[in-house]
Design a protein around this ligand. Structure first.
Ligand code: PLP
Length: 404
């Protein structure tokens, strides 16, 4: 029989968060080892429960959620999203501008598939949530990474972004709050990005899935509201702030001047039709989530579990010689730096393998987030403080002797 190969389209597509290091962790678990998994931002297994209103509404809706819905999604959910954004000053938005998806993930892939031809470029942050880069590549486009500056709390470097715009650039992707750095972008930075988009006629895709997970004095601004003259795609969903990642419930909101983008929007409609609709029971979680009690505050305000875990993670990481960690102002992750003068790491994927095999601790290496140098890794601070102490203690022990 002829060998079966993957398509050429997949040649440059990587998604390392669930890559070979995770496969090795599964192998070790099958051998009976207990692995501390700080690799995936999945709140439920760490004891974060969904607001009960959401579960009640979904259970009640089940008998009527057996059929397909409209391709864009059920009207009450889309109406709730449109209203949610209307009161947040998103320009010119109504329910026809809302698409529900099987998580934000599906909508990211659709947005890229609908936009890019071979050679078209998209500006994507480095580091990024790597689905963005993978989806741009899969769609035949060229991801071009702009640097986020660790010295400026990981804010995008606008000069770097400007220098990478060419006549093939079609869009700027913004991930705010950011995964993996936890940065929450200041208003001026977002205005700077909007300015570049305006000057070069680019569309903006803004992934705001962590917009409610904010610490300290951080304030989230949506670029769509700051720049009403731009055509923006804003992505959000229930996986993180509402802790129902397994429901696969997300949305895409189009805003701003849509008349110039009519052809692209028709393409999005075709893609939405082709996948028929998003998981219908989970669509019923959206209206109650947006209108219900915002119980995330119990987790992120002083005394809240997530805030406490964030603080402990940053404190312990910064105590390790040669490790430094910018304090995340949002999301669920820290992205610490390993000083290259102290730690000789040629391959950070190898570093993640070695840490896993030696200390049974699973993290994701920084180059898996399209960070250009092997000197960072991402750690998820969802476990309770005791487990974080255990995990970071293991890391410290490992680093005392580590060299490649
Ligand atoms: N966008 C970002 C920045 C993420 O971190 C994630 C998941 O970790 C996603 C999108 C995917 O979200 P969903 O569960 O809605 O597909």
């Amino acid at each position: 029989m002829r060998a079966v190969s993957q398509s050429l389209k997949l040649q440059n597509v990587c998604y390392e968060i669930r890559g070979p290091v995770l496969a090795e962790a599964k192998r070790l678990e099958d051998e009976g080892h207990r692995i501390i998994k700080l690799n995936i931002g999945n709140p439920a297994p760490f004891g974060f429960e969904a607001p009960s209103d959401i579960l009640v509404d979904v259970i009640q809706a089940l008998p009527t959620a057996q059929g397909y819905s409209d391709s864009k999604g059920i009207v009450p959910a889309r109406r709730a999203i449109a209203q949610h954004y209307e009161v947040r000053d998103f320009p010119r938005i109504d329910i026809e501008d809302i698409y529900l998806g099987n998580g934000v993930s599906e909508l990211i892939v659709m947005a890229m598939q609908g936009l890019l031809d071979t050679g078209d470029e998209v500006l994507i942050p480095a580091p990024d949530y790597p689905l963005w880069t993978a989806a741009a590549s899969l769609a035949g486009g060229t991801p071009v990474h702009y640097i986020c500056d660790e010295q400026s709390d990981w804010a995008p470097d606008l000069d770097d972004m400007a220098s990478k715009i060419t006549d093939r650039t079609k869009a700027i992707v913004v991930i705010n709050p950011n995964n993996p750095t936890g940065a929450v972008y200041p208003r001026e930075v977002l205005e700077g990005i909007a300015d570049l988009a305006r000057r070069h006629g680019l569309i903006v895709m803004s992934d705001e899935i962590y917009d409610k997970i904010l610490y300290d004095d951080a304030k989230h601004h949506s670029i769509a509201a700051l720049a009403p003259d731009l055509f923006c795609l804003t992505f959000n969903g229930l996986s993180k702030a509402y802790r129902v990642a397994g429901f696969r419930s997300g949305w895409l909101a189009l805003s701003g001047p849509k008349e110039h983008a009519r052809n692209y929007i028709e393409g999005l409609d075709v893609l939405a039709n082709m996948r028929l609709c998003a998981n219908v029971p989970a669509q019923h979680a959206i209206q109650v989530a947006l209108g219900g009690r915002q119980s995330i505050n119990d987790l992120i305000l002083p005394g809240g579990r997530l805030l406490e875990q964030r603080d402990k993670t940053v404190e312990l990481l910064n105590q390790i010689p040669g490790v430094s960690c910018v304090t995340p102002k949002g999301a669920l992750y820290a992205f610490p730096r390993l000083d290259p003068k102290r730690y000789r790491i040629a391959s950070d994927e190898q570093f993640a393998f070695d840490l896993l095999r030696e200390q049974k601790l699973l993290v994701v290496h920084g180059t898996g987030f399209n960070w250009p140098t092997p000197d960072h890794f991402r750690i998820v601070f969802l476990p309770l403080v005791d487990e974080l102490e255990d995990a970071i203690g293991r890391l410290e022990k490992f680093l005392t002797t580590y060299s490649q």
